[in-house]
Design a protein around this ligand. Structure first.
Ligand code: 48H
Length: 254
């Protein structure tokens, strides 16, 4: 069979367009493909929910790729090692209670687990606004191609509908800021100093529904909660993604 360029193009357009139309209605939209977002998306998809993960960059993985100061290794404390094991990520105990995993393996295996569970990834798409109607809930997202945002082009966005949104956008807590900026009752206390023990110890308390229909996890949870940062220890990110998935699943069941 002679390969035909136009058939290749049609195959891509047809399948991606079908997926995008299908995902105009979602159970859960997870914004941000860092460690907390991928973990959350994987675990929600495993529960049978229709999950779309939206990532504005080309690559999934967020701040995990870079490890600590570009040494592509992450540290995970004993309390979260079971999540490394759950996703088949190899680790070594470099210091008592401090497990080290490779960044590339960690991102790849989390992402693979999310794909296998049925989460759909939409990269190169940025969330630029949220939908809040008379019921006061976040019930949808306003999206656009990232290159449109980067080039500053005046192009109107499209909108998707979802039953719950997870802000996993990291330090910037982008989605929470959007809600707060439009007058939503969502106080954002801002990220604190480096203090790993405190930041990791408190992150699960900050992982919660912060506005009707909007949950926050990962570094965004600490940024909203006025909590410290922790540097390249990632156990809290995995645990926070797991907690957010449990909270969202419970909320959608009721
Ligand atoms: C679509 C968006 C948008 C948008 C942002 O930063 P991340 O890796 O997030 P976490 O919370 O899962 O992990 C944090 C961790 O990487 C980290 O930075 C740590 C532990 N720091 C500690 C310290 O002390 O510094 O990923 C967030 C993702 C990124 O890939 C963004 O591109 C994406 O969210 N994103 N995607 N639409 N509007 N805003």
């Amino acid at each position: 069979m002679e390969l035909d360029e136009v058939t290749i193009s049609r195959a891509i357009l047809k399948t991606q367009m079908e997926t995008m139309v299908e995902y105009l209605d979602l159970d859960v939209a997870v914004i941000g493909g860092g460690p907390s977002g991928i973990t959350c998306a994987a675990l929600l998809a495993e529960k049978g929910l229709k999950v779309g993960l939206i990532e504005k960059k080309l690559s999934i993985g967020g701040g995990m790729w870079g490890g600590g100061m570009m040494f592509p290794r992450i540290v995970v404390q004993a309390a979260a090692k079971r999540l490394l094991d759950r996703f088949g990520i190899a680790s070594t105990e470099a210091e008592p209670g401090y497990y080290v995993a490779k960044s590339v393996e960690s991102v790849s295996k989390l992402t693979a687990a999310a794909c296998t569970a049925g989460a759909e990834f939409f990269n190169l798409i940025a969330v630029e606004d949220v939908v809040v109607k008379a019921d006061g809930r976040v019930s949808g997202l306003v999206i656009n191609w990232s290159p449109v945002e980067m080039a500053g082009l005046h192009v109107d966005p499209l909108t998707i509908r979802c039953r719950a949104v997870v802000d996993a956008t990291g330090h910037d807590a982008t989605i929470c800021h959007m809600v707060a900026k439009k007058g939503g009752d969502l106080p954002i206390r801002g990220e604190g100093y480096m203090w790993a023990d405190r930041a990791e110890g408190n992150i699960l308390d900050h992982t919660k529904e912060v506005f009707p229909g909007l949950f926050v996890c990962g570094m965004a949870a600490n940024a909203v909660g006025g909590e410290c940062r922790m540097g390249p220890i990632f156990g809290g990110m995995l645990l926070s993604g797991e907690r957010a998935a449990a909270l969202v699943a419970a909320a959608l069941r009721t």
